[in-house]
Design a protein around this ligand. Sequence first.
Ligand SMILES: C[S@@+](CC[C@H](N)C(=O)[O-])C[C@H]1O[C@@H](n2cnc3c(N)ncnc32)[C@H](O)[C@@H]1O
Length: 254
Amino acid sequence: MDEHRPLRTFGRIKARTLKPRQAGLMETLLPHLAVPEEGEIDVEALFSLPLGGGPGRGAVQNVAPSELVPASHPNPSKGEGLVLEIGFGGGEHLVAQASAQPDLRFIGVEPFINGVASCLRHIEESGAQNIRLHQGDARDVVARLPDASLDRVYILFPDPWPKVRHHKRRLIQPEFLGELARVMKPGAELRFATDWANYAAWTLEHVTRDARFKWLAESAADWRAAWPEHVQTRYEQKQLGDCAPVWLRFERSA
Ligand SMILES: C[S@@+](CC[C@H](N)C(=O)[O-])C[C@H]1O[C@@H](n2cnc3c(N)ncnc32)[C@H](O)[C@@H]1O
């Protein structure tokens, strides 16, 4: 094992065999949407190619661009803000946000193959073309993003790793927060939710310890209720945690 590799923060990356439609989308649609595997991420280039494909985006044989790009959707290459969702699960929240805000550009990262396949189905059904995906570890993507490139980051119901001996596997760690601070624009928001009380406290403690972040809560209502445009996630619905969801918004200080 590479001793410099950070500890794994996720569980399984594959569950059941993909249904034929999902397996097909992994082969045909994902190459059009995939963040390049290596090198610094050129955000403009990533969103400038039409979903019909292009050099370096992989060969797509049987998806016609017209099927993927409804004329009613604006061109994401003109988009202003860049949003990152880390651990999007089945992609319901990611696709709902991207569909509701077609002028923003969204990068979703998720190592769980079945989740990526599910997200592709939602993307296809919605016709959203302002989403790009990476199947893998968000830390690998963040490390390759340019400084001050993100306007918002969502980390919703991350794997809680509730046992003390597993806390080191939590995604929220000082090093990763440092990387997030690097890639977030001044004034950008980090939005975090969990229904595990210890992870909420952990996150509050770690993020507020970093002077580059400011907690935006003014009253208890701010962490007890989701932000107005929130869309319930699949994991949130399951209510597997030990407390009601805690909603934390942090601003990247100027
Ligand atoms: C408990 S699930 C929540 C999924 C979704 N956000 C929801 O609320 O339904 C946590 C997700 O984070 C993903 N995850 C864990 N570590 C990750 C990492 N380093 N990068 C990207 N995703 C990660 C897991 O694969 C899993 O799908």
